[in-house]
Design a protein around this ligand. Structure first.
Ligand SMILES: NC(=O)c1ccc[n+]([C@@H]2O[C@H](COP(=O)([O-])OP(=O)(O)OC[C@H]3O[C@@H](n4cnc5c(N)ncnc54)[C@H](OP(=O)(O)O)[C@@H]3O)[C@@H](O)[C@H]2O)c1
Length: 265
């Protein structure tokens, strides 16, 4: 029996849900390879995680570059290092209609949410399939359950991840490799511009979940090999109900709500 500790690669692990997933796995004795774009934040997170008594490799990389998938695979598996779980979590968010989107920002989002996680899955799935073990977790969002005008780039990229996870799960099931899609609802993290979304207030009112709870439910689901995890009773009720909400109601929220408001024609 191998005495080597299991090791996870987590993207976007320097803050929010990714950092909480890293802490959750560290507490369970996993070694980590963490990747993010901001050097200072990542190094801070890595030294905090090392203080929990585990080994942590940190990789500073802009994961909105399509070529970063291969570069990150190479970095995480350097010198024969083994990865037992791949967690694709890095992401960002913006409000705005498709016609108003900054094309460069939109392209970065599609690379970060769609291209790079998909290619990371290709590289690691090959390894996991060969070893006949491994876990993949793709972090999507409850926005994947409907069409959301006003956040079309974000929600559609998360929809892609959900579908991709389901297909990949079927492909890898026969090899003993699990694929889990984590679909958080509103979570109190740095994802939102605090000048636009009152994260602290929403968190105090219980409208937003703490990232630690999201991470705990996600990690438990991943280790149990579940297909999907929607953390929080309220969010699970929302995804059950959301299929019955007519699109006209979503359009009304967009028209009259403060965030998804349409540009006047
Ligand atoms: N918060 C929510 O309400 C919510 C709900 C559903 C789903 N999610 C999803 O959860 C995931 C984590 O988000 P979060 O809420 O924890 O937000 P967060 O605290 O802002 O974390 C985002 C992470 O992604 C990393 N990242 C962003 N752009 C990157 C890039 N180009 N290259 C490398 N890393 C990059 C960030 O690292 P740097 O700081 O180094 O850029 C950071 O570590 C995202 O995929 C998000 O869509 C969040």
């Amino acid at each position: 029996m191998s005495l080597q500790k299991p090791r996870a690669l987590i993207t976007g692990a320097c803050s929010g849900i990714g950092l909480a997933i890293a802490r959750e796995l560290a507490r369970r004795g996993w070694d980590l390879c963490v990747a993010s774009e901001n050097r200072a934040r990542l190094e801070g997170a890595a030294s905090e995680l090392r203080a929990l008594g585990i080994s942590v490799d940190d990789v500073v990389m802009d994961l909105s570059e399509p070529s970063s998938a291969k570069a990150l695979f190479d970095a995480a598996t350097r010198d024969g290092a083994v990865v037992d779980a791949l967690v694709c979590n890095a992401g960002f968010f913006f409000f705005g209609e498709v016609a108003d989107a900054d094309p460069e920002r939109a392209e970065r989002m599609l690379a970060l949410h769609v291209v790079v996680p998909s290619l990371l899955c290709t590289y690691f799935a090959k390894e996991f399939r060969r070893r006949k073990r491994g876990h993949v977790m793709l972090v999507s969002s409850i926005s994947a359950f409907r069409d959301f005008p006003g956040i079309a780039y974000y929600a559609s990229s998360k929809k892609y991840l959900r579908g991709f996870a389901r297909s990949l799960r079927c492909e890898l099931a026969a090899y003993g490799v699990s694929v889990t899609c984590l679909l958080p609802g509103a979570t109190a993290t740095a994802l939102y511009d605090p000048d636009v979304v009152p994260v602290e207030l929403a968190s105090r009112l219980g409208v937003m979940m703490p990232p630690e709870r999201v991470a705990r439910e996600g990690v438990e689901a991943m280790l149990r090999g579940e297909a999907e995890s929607v953390p929080g009773v309220f969010n699970r009720a929302v995804v059950r109900a959301v299929g019955y909400v007519p699109q006209v109601a979503i359009d009304a929220v967009r028209r009259w709500g403060p965030w998804l408001r349409a540009t006047e024609p």
